[in-house]
Ligand binder design. Structure first.
Ligand SMILES: C[S@@+](CC[C@H](N)C(=O)[O-])C[C@H]1O[C@@H](n2cnc3c(N)ncnc32)[C@H](O)[C@@H]1O
Length: 334
């Protein structure tokens, strides 16, 4: 943990952004690797382990399966390591931000996973707080270590974010909202982090007709979130080995391509990826379909309403995305 992160950490439970103090552990210059944080107001304590302040007791981590997932595939979707700009393109398209805006900004990446977006943001010159509830945050720290102190990792829940209000130049959250137990509460948790005039970008699963028609996937999901991850991996591997070659052929046939989404694997055939990468992404995305405990697609029109209720303006939304901006010089509803 670098001192700049410590300066914006607060108690996640006390009102009025109550600052924390370091109760145990020695700063090595501006860094603290291991120690204990405490809230002088309520007395609660949290460990700092391997440079990451940890606000989630293990037994409260419903997202533990993501730890398995992002440790296994921690390099797969990192642009810097896979030779593509798929993550950069997706983030810039979803948020409407550009490189000039991002450079020099302090950005919050909620539910960072293995850090694909945090890594891209840091590559573009941002300082990033990457927050995740699961031990995926350790994969994120390993991924983003190359950026020195620019990316700081926090293990915490979006339902109790231990970060100061109005501290961030931008808030980003992709692929997370549908995987939380109360998506509306998740969406309402982040606007308070924005500085006046700062933008927010959400990406989420959209509730579509084709998603409703994914009957085999829905049936399998009745059990898959509850089986051990090693067993689930074998199941996904079997389905992918059998079906991936078929989807690869179908993906080249114009009128049949649409049908791929009704198969029980999440086939990935981006032309930027070689065959082996497509296979690996397909296995990862298929595991990501079946592993999460919660899977609750949203309607973007409703997401836009929620952002408006939270006091944001300049709201835009479309299938799977929503953006907004905190008004200049005003406080949000949170
Ligand atoms: C599908 S992954 C997306 C990761 C990353 N944003 C990406 O797109 O690659 C969802 C992530 O959300 C995290 N997550 C789920 N619920 C959370 C919560 N309440 N607070 C923080 N993180 C959460 C999981 O641990 C997981 O790493």
């Amino acid at each position: 943990m670098h001192r700049w992160l410590f300066d914006i950490l607060i108690c996640p439970h006390c009102p009025n952004d109550s600052p924390l103090r370091v109760e145990a552990g020695d700063w090595d210059g501006d860094r603290l690797e291991n120690g204990t944080l405490a809230c002088p107001a309520c007395g609660e304590k949290w460990p700092i382990r391997d440079g990451i302040p940890r606000f989630v007791p293990e037994e409260k981590d419903y997202a533990g399966g993501f730890g398995f997932q992002w440790k296994r595939w921690r390099h797969t979707q990192i642009d810097r390591l896979n030779g593509t700009n798929l993550t950069e393109y997706r983030m810039l398209t979803d948020t409407g931000w550009n490189r000039d805006f991002i450079a020099g900004k302090l950005v919050f990446d909620g539910g960072a996973g293995a850090g694909r977006f945090s890594d891209v943001l840091a590559t573009m010159g941002a300082r990033v707080v990457a927050l995740d509830m699961s031990i995926a945050i350790d994969a994120c720290r390993d991924t983003t270590r190359v950026h020195g102190n620019s990316v700081q990792c926090v293990q915490a829940s979006l339902y109790a974010i231990p970060l100061r209000s109005s501290a961030f130049d931008a808030v980003h959250c992709a692929g997370v909202i549908q995987h939380t137990p109360d998506p509306e509460k998740t969406m309402r948790a982040m606007p308070r982090l924005l500085k006046p005039h700062a933008p927010l970008g959400y990406n989420f699963y959209e509730m579509t007709l084709s998603r409703r028609l994914q009957i085999v996937r829905a049936a399998l999901r009745l059990i898959t979130p509850y089986i051990p991850q090693g067993v689930l991996l074998k199941l996904c591997l079997t389905m992918v080995i059998v079906l991936f070659p078929i989807t690869r052929v179908i993906s080249r046939i114009r009128f049949l391509r649409y049908g791929i989404r009704f198969l029980p694997i999440c086939a990935s055939h981006q032309p930027e990826l070689c065959r082996n990468q497509q296979l690996e992404w397909t296995l990862l995305d298929t595991f990501d379909w079946y592993n999460p405990r919660y899977d609750q697609p949203q309607r973007h029109v409703r997401v836009a309403e929620i952002l408006a209720e939270e006091g944001l303006e300049d709201i835009e939304s479309g299938p799977g995305i929503a953006r907004g901006r905190r008004p200049s010089g005003e406080t949000t509803a949170a």
